[in-house]
Design a protein around this ligand. Sequence first.
Ligand code: HEM
Length: 530
Amino acid sequence: MNTRARRDYQSRTDHRVTFREAREAKKLLLLFLIGSTPSLGGGGPDVIPECTNDETGPMGALLRAYYSMASAEYLLAVTVFSIFLVLVGFLERRKAASRLPLPPGPKPRFLVGNSFDIPTASAWITYTEWGIQYGDVVHAQMFGKHILILNSVKVATELLEKRAPLYSDRPILPMLTLTAWDFNLAFMPRGNKWRERRRLFQQRFRRDAAAAYRPVQLRKIQDLLRGLLSTPEDFAVHIKKMTAAIILDTIYGYDIKNMDDRFVYLTEEAVERLSDIVLPGASIVNTFPFLRYLPSWFPGCSFHKFARDTSELVHEMKNAPLEFVKQNMRNGSGKPSVSECSLDIAGVDTTTATLMVFWVAMTLNPEVVKKAQNELDAVVGPGSLPGFEHRSALPYCEAVFREVFRWGPILPLGIPHAASEDDIYEGYFIPKGTTVIPNVWAMGHDKSKYPNPDEFNPERFLNADGQLNTDDHILAFGFGRRICVGRYAADATVWATIVSVLSTFDIAKPKDATGKEIKIEPAYIDGVLR
Ligand code: HEM
């Protein structure tokens, strides 16, 4: 054998060794991947032929090359295979999960689902009845879109709070974008923009920061009392002005002067339109998003005009305070700039609506007014207005405050959340994208917890000794990571207004010309806000 032939032979032999060992290594690698070897750190690299630095000659070089190639190949294979396994596992789980039943609910019809079962008015009553029939978690569908109704505090806590990362999104509603309402934090999908804005809001409205607004709140409440003294019949106007004034001052430093203020008008108008934008089934484009790309003359696409008009209104509403602040900037006040925060429905109209519920409740329950006034007289004394320092000494007034939120939640179906991933709850499948509606009305009208729930009865929050019980969770502020950011400020405004009004005024039914009381039938306007 000549030198060249020997080298070829040697080289072929080395290759044979390498291929054989490589085959062996691959076999072991496969065994490892299917679970025969203990672990990547233990079994994996150990099975590859050892290669030391002092190994010389072509065999050493080949083994070194092989070692590094095999390691890279090995790692790549492990990575690819692991990703593959994760994907298969995910798909398998999804397949298995989707084989699980959906939560119980009214039987859907072909294509339209439960579109005809979901009422456009007082839906919370129907949902509460479904709760009695089907259970705490009820499923419905509209043209293939899943809706989950949560009828008890237990399930709302389980899903919206304990599984908050899965249930902190909002449903995608094209109409919100078309009307420009999507600027509002309350309707923003979960994501960085929402997180950032919420964090800013929280900085200004968390419990201790909100306490700084008390002087503004008390000042505006005194304006309300003066207004009530001069024109008591305009109580609704005075309340609106007060809540708007508090929000505008605390968020924008905007000191509102009178009710004709364009900003208040714009806010009211824009909020009124929300029910035609966000309620399930309210707008066809929310059900069939492709319609947004069709022209307004196309049959069924008249929503375009409504959307255009509303978006002009919303833009003007957003810019009105900006214009004002430009002219009246209070430099160095430490308040957020307009570009950082945005006024939202949650601020003005929720507080106004809650105080209107209080007004109705007092008109219908004069004995509650009397009891609260007796407590105020005993604790604060005549001739003085109650302050926050009196709060803990006024358990009956606190019970009135809690009962207002329970008896007449102004967002009876909260603001819907959305599931950002598939989920399984008590053996039921909840698909990604499901709209999740907390039925706050049902929770506060649960007969087992609140007997005679339609009665306004503050005593349900008191123990036999007249002290407050532990039921202090105000469900009306929502749940989980989407819970109302303004709740501490709202809590203070509502409480201080209730006690200030009760300590200075009687609230009673109006009388006719003969002095007879006029009967009052409380009626709620259907909408996002009642
Ligand atoms: C009595 C008055 C109020 C009530 C009943 C109320 C109720 C609510 C409810 C039910 C939500 C949705 C919670 C959820 O999705 O689970 C919400 C969200 C919100 N509220 Fe309030 N709210 C009130 C006052 C306020 C005030 C005064 C402010 C601002 C200063 C405010 C700011 C917000 C904001 C920014 C959101 C959106 C939070 C988010 O989606 O991350 N609210 N509110």
